[in-house]
Design a protein around this ligand. Structure first.
Ligand SMILES: Cc1cc2nc3c(=O)[nH]c(=O)nc-3n(C[C@H](O)[C@H](O)[C@H](O)COP(=O)(O)O)c2cc1C
Ligand SMILES: O=C(O)C(=O)c1ccccc1
Length: 367
């Protein structure tokens, strides 16, 4: 699709989303847990880190390609797993995935997507994609999801480890808003033979399906033993999403995972937890380049991406930024992507670098 939308700042995108979406849906996307201390510190945190640019280094050509999880990516970012995208636009995941595919930006399918992972794969062709696993309370269903992802061309499994239970989200409680209760986000479950057998879904009754999914959605009993088990079951790269402690980064490496996402789930899980950008340096020190480090939380502009990469992340995920763009469907997400690429190119050149390989030599200091 050709883009028809002009320049819009991230704040403008958020304003458009607020205007277009019903209150419950907008606040579900925008809000964080508790008093939103962590949500705020993700964006505020970026403002405390400052780039110390270098000059006179011939930056007439810049190259954003980056090796990530074994494949060359044209840009150092991917779309984060965001569940229930049909609350934003009727085409939901299909619109966002098509936009990502056009730009070869990896798209991460959430377990709680309204379209199934197969339907999404189909509209993406050969474009890069990852599958995010909310490990259900039943290992057989978890494995079935992973095997399906292998079959339809997903090139990594992101296991979200910061959500053994759902964070305490005051706004959603006040609004009594939970997308699953509205029948959104069921795509992967209703198409899963193992889930269907276990849940003994007899009729097409949605309320019954919602209840069965809700009771199996998360698994608070997960431990590192489960990671070891999954490692023995798949050859796909495994990425643990939601690491904030260097000790957990070390354990991740000990358990043979291929990458981690330094993330606090966009401030939606433990309020009061450290901002993502402040958590990054200690983890980079621990990992020492042995596995890939992805990063998310609070990225709104190209300079945020440069800061995270200069501090040692290999790539980043964007969440709300593209979610707000999705209010304009595929076109909106494409606009967000092209604008972010242009901003990263600009911030890279103005920092005094032309590619991402030596970016860690650019100084980023905490003020
Ligand atoms: C509306 C919404 C839904 C999300 N759904 C998921 C999900 O299904 N799985 C997951 O691992 N993370 C989920 N996340 C977290 C994002 O993957 C990501 O960690 C976070 O949005 C990054 O912060 P940012 O929004 O500031 O970029 C969700 C975030 C939002 C805003
Ligand atoms: O909203 C979220 O952040 C999220 O990850 C989620 C996933 C499943 C159910 C509810 C929320």
């Amino acid at each position: 699709m050709s883009q028809t939308i002009g320049f819009r700042s991230p704040e403008e995108w958020e304003r458009v989303a607020k205007e277009r979406l019903e209150k419950g849906a907008f606040e579900y996307i925008q809000s964080g847990a508790g008093i939103e201390e962590t949500l705020q510190s993700n964006t505020e945190g970026f403002k405390q880190w400052k780039i110390v640019p270098r000059v006179l280094r011939n930056v007439s050509k810049v190259d954003l390609t980056k090796d990530i999880l074994g494949t060359v990516s044209p840009v150092p970012f991917a779309l984060a797993p965001v569940g229930f995208q049909t609350i934003i636009h009727q085409e939901g995941e299909l619109a966002a995935a098509k936009a990502a595919a056009i730009h070869q930006v990896p798209y991460t399918v959430s377990t709680v997507s309204t379209s199934s992972m197969e339907e999404i794969a189909k509209v993406m062709g050969d474009a890069p994609r990852f599958f995010q696993l909310y490990w259900p309370s039943d290992d057989d269903i978890a494995l079935s999801f992973v095997k399906r992802a292998e079959k339809c061309g997903y090139s990594a499994i992101f296991v979200t480890v910061d959500t053994p239970i759902l964070g305490f989200r005051e706004q959603d409680k006040q609004n009594q808003y939970f997308p699953l209760s509205k029948g959104q986000g069921l795509g992967n479950y209703l198409t899963d033979p193992v889930f269907k057998e276990k849940a003994k879904l007899i009729t097409e009754e949605t309320q019954e399906a919602i209840a069965e999914v809700s009771s199996r959605l998360f698994n608070p009993s997960l431990t590192w033993e489960n990671v070891k088990w999954l490692r023995s079951k798949t050859n796909l790269p495994i990425v643990l999403k939601g690491i904030l402690h260097a000790g957990d980064a070390k354990l991740a490496m000990d358990h043979g995972v291929n990458g981690i996402v330094v993330s606090n789930h966009g401030g939606r899980q433990l309020d009061g937890s450290i901002s993502s950008i402040d958590a990054l340096p200690a983890i980079v020190d621990e990992v020492k380049g042995q596995i890939d480090i992805l990063f998310d939380g609070g990225i709104r502009r190209g300079s945020d991406v440069i800061k995270a990469l200069a501090l040692g992340a290999d790539s980043v995920l964007i969440g709300r930024l593209f979610a707000y763009g999705l209010t304009n469907g595929q076109d909106g997400v494409e606009t967000v992507i092209t604008q972010l690429i242009a901003e990263i190119q600009s911030a890279l050149a103005l920092s005094g670098e032309t590619d991402l390989s030596s970016l860690q030599q650019i100084e980023v200091v905490k003020t």
